[in-house]
Design a protein. Structure first.
Length: 176
């Protein structure tokens, strides 16, 4: 079990371009494929991981590792998902100043941006569908309303994300 956690999250760590939210579909696929948890458990874990300090992908890996194999599973998963980043950053930092201005490098970054955006949107769509927000119901209406108000508060009112999370939690307690 520990070896499977290490290999899985090591590979996930190597393909984690675009940040934690962009890699959530991959983590979801692997966690469900290995049977480490159900889809609903994963949604709950990602919600907690998103509110916890630190990168969401690492937090999610730690929670999945803990669920699958206890404390050692959490430790192995954390090491495995972060080790590729450490290795890659070390290598890139060593050579980046030499290749940064090369047109092929700039082109690769421009090519990655739309795909990363698509991965993030897919994760949002997938969670919306799993949580019933794409259906017509009271829960969906409240969820869509909270989404819209949260986006408005972030974008236009420039509220701190922690305040929006706190307010959304209170609304959830009151409404549900």
């Amino acid at each position: 079990m520990l070896w499977n956690l290490f290999i899985t999250f090591f590979i996930v760590g190597f393909v984690s371009f675009g940040g934690g939210y962009a890699i959530i579909p991959v983590i979801e696929h692997e966690a469900l494929r290995h049977g480490w948890m159900t889809s609903q458990q994963l949604i709950d874990i990602i919600a907690i991981a998103g509110m916890s300090p630190g990168p969401i992908a690492t937090n999610t890996a730690v929670f999945i590792g803990f669920e699958a194999a206890g404390l050692w599973g959490a430790i192995i998963s954390a090491i495995a998902i972060t080790l590729p980043s450490v290795l890659i950053v070390f290598l890139i930092a060593t050579f980046f100043y030499k290749i940064n201005d090369m047109p092929i490098v700039q082109s690769a970054f421009y090519g990655l941006r739309p795909v990363i955006t698509a991965l993030i949107l897919f994760a949002a769509f997938s969670f919306s569908r799993t949580n019933g927000l794409l259906s017509i119901s009271w829960d969906a209406a409240v969820g869509i309303g909270l989404f819209a108000l949260g986006l408005f508060a972030l974008w236009k009112l420039k509220w701190h994300p922690a305040l929006i999370i706190l307010i959304a939690g209170v609304v959830g307690v009151v409404v549900y």
